[in-house]
Design a protein around this ligand. Structure first.
Ligand code: F6R
Length: 240
């Protein structure tokens, strides 16, 4: 794994953007695997600024998102579909029909997972952007998720519900389950770009880079990927 340590969040985001821009320029029809959460917002801001200032086009770009809360409609303010529109898609020239995310309102969860897996089988990510949970999760793959997992529904752990409650009015409003790409779907990406910032990620980053490769720390599977880049700030890198 290549590790790049930056002074702060802005530098982390700028570095991530450099890599993302390289992928988009190399292939204007690239498949971008995207994440939500606080971590990639700076990357997305850089993409939007560059699109406005330099005209980089996303017209033929296709995207697949990692995960979506179960039970939230796409227009719900806390849904990940909404997050992606607000933070990225609405400000680019990307075609909405080229953006993909699990349907949180699917009435048949098993067939929704099958649909998403089939889609991913035909859409290898040129780059997959990831954040990391303080417990080492990637997407919503919580500790104990098999490395061979594909898209599935998960019950969220208390630690993830607590971490994510900051975006909801009340902790009771955080959905208890979600659809998520599995670790195998993530590992199929040609390139993985994992970002981490802040002291609360230091233990998870240690497990990602230096810990044992174990299903107890889902992110540790990335040690087995042949093109994985971690960009993290000094606080998140404190234990490396
Ligand atoms: C988001 C996702 C999550 C987050 C992780 C870190 O789509 O899959 O795994 O990347 O929970 O979240 P933040 O960036 O908010 O600290």
């Amino acid at each position: 794994m290549k590790v790049i340590v930056t002074k702060n969040y802005d530098e982390m985001s700028a570095k991530a953007f450099e890599i993302m821009l390289g992928v988009v320029k190399a292939n204007p029809r690239a498949v971008l695997g995207l994440a939500t959460g606080s971590t990639p917002i700076g990357l997305y801001r850089n993409m939007v600024r560059d699109h406005k200032e330099n005209g980089t086009s996303y017209r033929e770009i296709r995207t697949v998102n990692l995960d979506e809360y179960a039970g939230l409609p796409a227009d719900h303010a806390q849904s990940y579909a909404h997050f992606m529109r607000e933070n990225l898609f609405d400000m680019l020239d990307i075609r909405k029909e080229n953006t993909n995310i699990e349907n949180g309102m699917a009435s048949d969860a098993a067939s929704e997972c099958a649909r998403y897996n089939a889609l991913l089988d035909g859409m290898q990510q040129d780059v997959q952007v990831l954040g990391i949970g303080s417990n080492g999760h990637i997407a919503f793959n919580e500790p104990g998720t098999p490395f061979g997992s594909v898209t599935h529904v998960v019950e969220l752990t208390e630690s993830t519900i607590r971490d994510n409650s900051r975006l909801f009015d009340r902790i009771e409003d955080v959905p208890r389950s979600a659809f998520t790409m599995g670790l195998k779907n993530i590992m199929q990406a040609k390139k993985i770009l994992i970002l981490a910032n802040g002291a609360n990620k230091a233990d998870a980053v240690y497990g990602l880079v230096k810990g044992e490769v174990t299903e107890k720390v889902p992110a540790s599977v990335l040690q087995l990927h042949n093109d994985c880049v971690l960009i993290c700030d000094e606080a998140a890198a404190a234990r490396l």
